[in-house]
Design a binder for this molecule. Structure first.
Ligand code: FEO
Length: 403
C-alpha cells in the first residue's frame, strides 16, 4: 500500500486516516502494537470529512484526501469527539477549507470552544446536532447518534444510512498499527479490542448497555463499523457487539490473575506458590510482574478474571510504588464483580498489605479471603499455606464466574 493511498470502504466512502507505527504510549496507556487515527471521507454532492487525526499527522491525512479530492472543496466536517487525537487537525483543515461547516454534539461544541479558542474557533460555522438529527449529503444521508460517556461526555457517532456504515469513533476501536484495514485480515482482533475496552471503556458498562439498546431503537444495524482507532469491522460485527455486551455486563471467567512486584524475591515466591495452588484447582491462572509486563494487557486479563490476587513487598512502611500506581489505575477503571486477595512480605516493619487494603476499601472492592504476610522469607510452611490459598482462590473463581 502506498503510504498515502486512501482505502475505499464502499463506493465514494474512503479511509483517509494515518498509521502511527511508533506509538508506544497513548496518554500513559501502553500500546506495544502502535495505533492509528482514522478519518473518513464521503464524496457525494457534499464532500464530508468524518473526524480528523492527531495534529502532527495533519499533512499525511491531507495528502491522502488530495488523492481523492481537493481538500479545500470539503463542505462538511463531522467532529464525533473533541479529544485531540481526533479533533487535533480541525484548525488546519478549517484553514484549508474555510467555508466548510462543522457539526458536533452540544458538549462537543463546548469542548471545541475550550481547545481551539486561539486557533480559529470563533470563525468556524458550527452546528450542534443530536441523536436522530439527519444531514443530507446529496444522494446519501447521515444520522447522528450521541454516545455520551463512550467515553467522554461529548462523544458522538455518525451513521451513513444508505451504506449502513457506523462511524463509531472510539467505541469498537483497537490500538494496532497495520497496513491491513479490515477485521477479517487480522488474527485474534477480539483480544486487541478487549485490551482497548478494558483500558478505555471499562468504567462505562451501564452506559454501553443502554447505547446498544439505543442502536436497536434507532434501527441501526450496521453492515460495517468504522472506528477511529484500528481496523474496520466488516465481517465480525455481531461478534464485537456481543463482546461489548459481555464486557459491559461485568463478565468473569474461571480465571485467577496474580499481580505482584518484588524487591528481594519473597513476594515473588509467594506469587509462584499461589499460582501452583490455583493450577491444582484446575482453574486458569496468569501471573504478571508489574515491572516486566505492560499494564494494558494486565488490565484485559483483570477484566476477564473473576479472582485477583495482588502481592507487594513493603517499602517505607507502605506498598511498593508500582502496586500503588496500578491500584489507582484499576480503581479508576472500576472493574465489576471481582474478588480480591492481598499478600505481601516485609523485613523489619510491615505496611504493604495494610496500604493495599486501604486502596481496595476506597474502591469498594470485595475481598475473597483474609490476606497473608510473610516476614523476610517464605519457608516451606509458608509456601504450603500459599499453595492452599491458591487452591481456594481457584475454587472461589469457579463459584464467582459467570461466563
Ligand atoms: Fe481516541 Fe477519546 O480519543
Amino acid at each position: 500500500m502506498d503510504e498515502h493511498e486512501p482505502i475505499e470502504l464502499a463506493k465514494g466512502v474512503y479511509w483517509v486516516g494515518v498509521v502511527d507505527w511508533n506509538l508506544r504510549d497513548f496518554h500513559g496507556y501502553e500500546t506495544p502494537k502502535g495505533g492509528t487515527y482514522n478519518a473518513y471521507l464521503i464524496v457525494d454532492e457534499k464532500i464530508t470529512l468524518i473526524d480528523t487525526v492527531k495534529a502532527p499527522f495533519f499533512s499525511d491525512m491531507a495528502r491522502r484526501i488530495s488523492r481523492i479530492v481537493d481538500p479545500s472543496k470539503i463542505d462538511y466536517i463531522i467532529c464525533n469527539h473533541v479529544e485531540m487525537d481526533h479533533s487535533g487537525s480541525i484548525p488546519d483543515i478549517m484553514e484549508m477549507a474555510p467555508n466548510a461547516k462543522l457539526f458536533a454534539s452540544s458538549k462537543g461544541e463546548k469542548g471545541l470552544a475550550e481547545y481551539y479558542r486561539e486557533k480559529g474557533y470563533d470563525k468556524w460555522d458550527l452546528t450542534v446536532v443530536k441523536t436522530g438529527t439527519e444531514l443530507s449529503l446529496g444522494e446519501r444521508t447521515l444520522m447522528f447518534i450521541e454516545a455520551t460517556m463512550l467515553h467522554w461526555p461529548d462523544s458522538m457517532q455518525t451513521y451513513l444510512k444508505d451504506n449502513a456504515i457506523l462511524f463509531s469513533n472510539d467505541a469498537f476501536g483497537q490500538h494496532i498499527a497495520s497496513s491491513k484495514r479490515f477485521d477479517d485480515e487480522i488474527d485474534d482482533l477480539i483480544t486487541d479490542a478487549g485490551i482497548y475496552y478494558a483500558n478505555i471503556l471499562m468504567p462505562f458498562g451501564s452506559q454501553i448497555l443502554k447505547y446498544v439498546e439505543r442502536l436497536n431503537e434507532l434501527n441501526v444495524n450496521p453492515k460495517m463499523i468504522a472506528p477511529s482507532h484500528g481496523v474496520i469491522w466488516r465481517s465480525n460485527i455481531q461478534e464485537i457487539i456481543t463482546a461489548y455486551g459481555h464486557w459491559a455486563s461485568g463478565h468473569n471467567m474461571q480465571k485467577v490473575l496474580v499481580i505482584y512486584d518484588s524487591m528481594w524475591g519473597s513476594t515473588e515466591i509467594m506469587a509462584s506458590e499461589i499460582v501452583e495452588g490455583v493450577m491444582r484447582s484446575g482453574v486458569e491462572v496468569s501471573m504478571r510482574h508489574l515491572r516486566k509486563n505492560d499494564w494494558s494487557l494486565t488490565m484485559k486479563e483483570l477484566m476477564d478474571a473473576s479472582v485477583i490476587a495482588i502481592g507487594s513487598p513493603t517499602m517505607n512502611n507502605d506498598m511498593f510504588f508500582t502496586i500503588s500506581g496500578f491500584l489507582t489505575y484499576m480503581r479508576g477503571l472500576r472493574p465489576k464483580n471481582k474478588k480480591f486477595f492481598l499478600f505481601g512480605s516485609y523485613g523489619w516493619g510491615g505496611g504493604a498489605v495494610k496500604g493495599m487494603d486501604k486502596e481496595l476499601e476506597i474502591g469498594k472492592f470485595d475481598i475473597a479471603m483474609e490476606s497473608m504476610e510473610v516476614k523476610f522469607l517464605p519457608y516451606e510452611e509458608d509456601k504450603k499455606v500459599c499453595q492452599d490459598i491458591g487452591y481456594k482462590l481457584g475454587e472461589i473463581a469457579k463459584a464467582n464466574a459467570n461466563y
